[in-house]
Design a protein around this ligand. Sequence first.
Ligand SMILES: Nc1ncnc2c1ncn2[C@@H]1O[C@H](COP(=O)(O)OP(=O)(O)OP(=O)(O)O)[C@@H](O)[C@H]1O
Length: 240
Amino acid sequence: MSAPSPEAPAPVAAPAGSLLAASGLHKTYGRTTALDGADFSIHAGEVVAVMGPSGSGKSTLLHCLAGIVRPDSGSLTYQGAEIAGLPDQRLSALRRTEFGFVFQFGQLVPELTCVENVALPLRLNGVRRKAAEAAAASWLERLEVDDVRDHRPGEVSGGQGQRVAVARALVTAPRVLFADEPTGALDSLNGERVMELLTEAARAAGTAVVLVTHENRVAAYSDREIVVRDGRCRDMERYA
Ligand SMILES: Nc1ncnc2c1ncn2[C@@H]1O[C@H](COP(=O)(O)OP(=O)(O)OP(=O)(O)O)[C@@H](O)[C@H]1O
């Protein structure tokens, strides 16, 4: 069977047993086509790097997969159930309980200490303060930043802040972690350490990771790489 040409990709059926799968996602912003029939799937516990040139649609794909942005058309399934058309309230409940997020700049709450930041998602899910902070403290330890637990985000380094953000994303034991350029603001040494800790922790917890990056050395921590070009996805191996 010949490989599909980059110009006219065949829609890819989600492999059986996918945890999260999208097919034929379209999204336009005004006259800009951000996604043009994107297909994607990830299995439980898998780490997938999403690569591609600037403006190719990587972040839009991540936002659609995570239920933050609604695609104009296409299918999105989570654990086999269609979720693209869920009402906002149900999508946001799904995000809160099943998904975790890390962005380029940690987006920690500046008024809260690091341990309070990590405990916050648990508190929002109704966990009592003492239990939430105990869980948060153990995640800070795992990410090797327990020494800054009582500091505010403005008082820690970029690398420490990103580790705190990773701890906050994993504290609820999400099934999928979405990471959009999580090391984009760090120097290479700090970036590598954050990636090591992030992938180690996610693999130990069986959390799948959708990792948007434009850096090969960051993508090297994944099990599989896909390339987004002009709003369409390709498996790296098939693209080459
Ligand atoms: N909210 C928005 N409003 C208008 N256009 C948008 C919006 N979000 C994305 N776009 C456009 O959609 C296209 C894809 O953007 P996207 O951010 O998904 O690309 P990207 O691959 O993540 O880029 P980068 O690597 O530079 O972050 C771009 O042309 C972008 O300008």
